[in-house]
Design a protein. Sequence first.
Length: 355
Amino acid sequence: MMRRAMLFVLVAVATLSLLTASASAGSKSFFGVVQGPPFSGRDYDQLGKAGTGTVRFGLVWNNVEPNPTSGFHWDVYDAKIGNLAAHGVRSFPTVSGSPGWISNQPKRPPLGSERERNRWRAFLSAAVNRYGHGGTYWRTTYHVQHPGKAAIPITEWQIWNEPNLAKFFPKKHASSNYAKLVKLSAKPIRTADRQAKVILAGMPAFLRPTADKFLGKLYRTKGFKKSFDAAALHPYAENMKKYVTAIKRIRSTLKRHHDKGKGLWLTEVGWGSKRGHGHLNAGKQGQKRLLKKSFSVSLHKRREWHIDGVQWFDWRDPAKGEASSCSFCSSAGLLKHSYAKKPAYRVFKRFAKRH
């Protein structure tokens, strides 16, 4: 009896230790980054050393299911998500990208037919069942790839990117179609993982239609309100006054629609380290100063504004001469392409390690 009792205690302690390790695995940091250029082993190491809480990246449907009969191909995402977890970083995917067999325009959402909608649901279910709580990846492949490392399930699933901009989402009926897409996405995600959170796409605050106006239009679609757990914002601004204004406006919209308790993710915050063209290029010291100010006010107002996390755009600069998608994107990184650390990186690390 004594031996049985001792064995029971040992098993219970071991089980509790395992559960605790899994629950506490990964950085709890409030601060994260957007990926930028493809990661190498050096990136994963540096992200872990910096105390990075989350990394936001695109989980693109077309990459996973390039044709309707191929099945799902997860190898690329297994590697990324597994390497991040092994370094204590939680993945924050933005799911998007209709494959060519759905539409010749990747930005067009899969709303055109019941077949399209069913295939999108199936993709989301498969992704959450693989990478969410209790996901098959964590129970099988991850332990082979990263023995001894604790699993860090994905808890937030962001639906598309910047739907208030025509380059990411068709302009015609954009608000109603995006609201329909969120509604379509919520059930498969929540059914696959009860702990999963549905996050709205991040939207630039001041481009037209502005983020707060676009969010207000989404509420016109019946059932939209119940289909998401947190909003997201890209409060790009040349100064802190406008940065704060952007956040206050989106919070005001949520409050006006009786959703003031919902969280808010700032899924892109950033400035370039070069000087010159565009109001979001601030120079190296300006980038450092604005990171410090934006992170400080977001942290100070975290409870009042219900901010769930802040993600810097982005981690590392693209290679010199590589095409850039915006006026400041070529120098928005915390690291140069060569991995040299900018002044802003050191400030980011201090915030991430402490909060």
